[in-house]
Design a protein around this ligand. Structure first.
Ligand code: NAP
Ligand code: MG
Length: 486
């Protein structure tokens, strides 16, 4: 049975409101392309109202700013409890609107509850230093919330992105306006209702659905917004940084795409490496920024590995995400499906060897067969551009030195991985690979404590861990005259 749609309006100042224009847009189920609901379409006028509400909630005398830090933590903890209470419904709605396989959606929600609890526990541990300052002064630093934050979300992990960004901002004491992705507007509204139930005062969290060029740009150009946190494409990331620079010099953190290298050495345990490499690129239909989309396999095991990789890809069960035995669901929409199929065609045309998959499945919904290309070379489009689909590209290499240089020969730098039983090889690779996250004999391993983000065009700043909180805080130095002698 389809999950109930409880909220479709904008959430501003703890109230459900229509868009000022009265406009709505349709949102779809990627399993069959059917319309799920009509959702209020926010634009500049609605962003102005939401930012004004967030600004009032950030005033020094507001209920929110007068809370103790530990009380902010309590509200986030209550929010985590409510997500746990409604976890099944949230997972079903995520799956329905985004195509996330139900098993994974439930697992995701469970791990996001942990993230929220971690961030709740951080709220009263954000403090400055007393300084050993020169001269006749007493100096200390305060860490204070940066202000109203604009949080712009992608569609590939809507619940996770919302929770991560919102809970970090709230732990730091900021107020927020959230702009979810056009494809996945629904779960953010449910989470907003739970924040209200958890006791978040009015104006602290606002959610304005709408489109990038409308609501998105209104947020990035607003002079009362102090910071933007964005996850999505490099292209839009660059526009956001320009908007922030052209206007009021907003703080900007960007979590952008990747073309992450995963290296399999001759000495790797193939029983581990084959399934991890497959999961690294096929998980969530390949719609993950850390997808292991350049799989470098050393020449001594290349043929054996390729054979096993194809067998693994062919064993993946693709189908309706609500079926508990399904491993891969549909791509999020027709645009993304067409884009991924276009990359597959390019791979074939440029001479990569298609070993399995390569086609759309059926004619309704946006399903693509798990696809494996071997004999991929560094100059091919499928080895250079982010595909964001279930396409494994296998490249051959001979030496560690060679593979480090080839792994780094990209403008991206989000994640990297290596499978080897030689500790020296693992440590050398980890030291020299240009990536914000490196996994050794594992892949896609996340914990709320570990900072996450990219080198080079994969982004600016970090999410997760205490590093993420710093991005929502300003450091203030206070210096008081204090004679040395009494
Ligand atoms: P996108 O265009 O970068 O969208 C991400 C978010 O930014 C959405 O909320 C979008 O709104 C908003 N946005 C778009 N243009 C904007 C602007 N000028 N100012 C402010 N906000 C704006 O990503 P996409 O089109 O959904 O996907 C394109 C590619 O991005 C994918 O193929 C994939 O390679 C990459 N991607 C990466 C991640 C990641 O996790 N790093 C996630 C998703 C996509 P709308 O929804 O209205 O467009
Ligand atoms: Mg878009």
């Amino acid at each position: 049975m389809a999950p109930q749609i409880k909220y479709t309006k904008l959430f501003i100042d703890n109230e459900w409101v229509d868009a000022k224009s009265g406009k709505t847009f349709e949102t779809y189920n990627p399993h069959d392309g059917s319309v799920i609901a009509k959702v209020a379409e926010g634009d500049k006028a609605d962003i102005d109202l939401a930012v004004a509400a967030a600004k009032r909630a950030f005033h020094r005398n507001s209920e929110w700013r007068q809370l103790d830090a530990s009380q902010r933590g309590e509200i986030i903890r209550k929010f985590a409890d409510l997500i746990e209470r409604d976890g099944q419904y949230i997972a079903e709605l995520e799956s329905y609107n985004n195509g996330t396989v139900m098993n994974f959606a439930s697992m995701f929600v469970g791990s996001f509850v942990k993230t929220a609890r971690y961030l709740a526990s951080c709220a009263d541990k954000l403090h400055g230093d007393t300084l050993a300052a020169d001269g006749e002064v007493f100096s200390y630093t305060l860490k204070q919330p940066v202000g109203v934050c604009g949080l712009i979300l992608p569609w590939n992990a809507p619940v996770g992105m919302f929770l991560n960004k919102v809970c970090t901002a709230l732990a730091a004491g900021c107020t927020v306006v959230v702009k979810p992705a056009e494809q996945t507007p629904l779960t953010a509204l449910v989470l907003a209702s739970l924040l209200k139930e958890a006791g978040v005062p009015k104006g602290v969290v606002n959610v304005v659905n709408g489109f990038g060029p409308g609501a998105g740009t209104a947020l990035t150009h607003h002079s009362d917004v102090a910071k933007i946190s964005f996850t999505g494409s490099v292209e839009v990331g660059k526009l956001i940084q320009q908007a922030a620079g052209a206007n009021n010099l907003k703080r900007v953190t960007l979590e952008l795409g990747g073309k992450s290298p995963l290296v399999i050495m001759n000495d790797a345990d193939l029983n581990l490496a084959v399934p991890y490499a497959a999961n690294g690129v096929f998980f969530h239909q390949g719609q993950i920024c850390i997808a292991a989309s350049r799989l470098f396999v050393q020449s001594g095991i290349y043929d054996k590995f390729v054979e096993a990789a194809v067998k693994h890809a062919q064993s993946i069960k693709v189908g309706n995400p609500t079926d508990p035995t399904t491993q891969n669901g549909p791509q999020v929409d027709e645009t993304m499906m067409t884009k991924v199929l276009g990359y597959i065609e390019k791979g074939k045309k440029e001479g990569a060897k298609l070993l399995c998959g390569g086609n759309r499945i059926g004619t309704t919904g946006y399903y693509i067969q798990p696809t494996v290309f071997a004999d991929v070379t560094d100059d091919m489009t499928i080895a250079k551009e982010e595909i964001f689909g279930p396409v494994q590209s296998i490249l051959k290499f001979d030496t560690l030195e060679e593979v480090i240089d080839r792994a780094n020969n990209t403008n991206y730098g989000l994640a990297a991985g290596i499978f080897t039983t030689n500790v020296n090889t693992a440590l050398q690779f980890s030291k020299y690979v240009e990536a914000g996250v490196v996994w050794v004999n594992t892949y896609l391993s996340f914990t709320p404590q570990a900072p996450f983000g990219g080198f080079k065009e994969s982004g600016i700043g970090r999410e997760n861990g205490m590093a993420a909180l710093d991005a929502y805080l300003e450091v203030k130095t206070v210096t008081v005259s204090l004679p040395k002698k009494v």
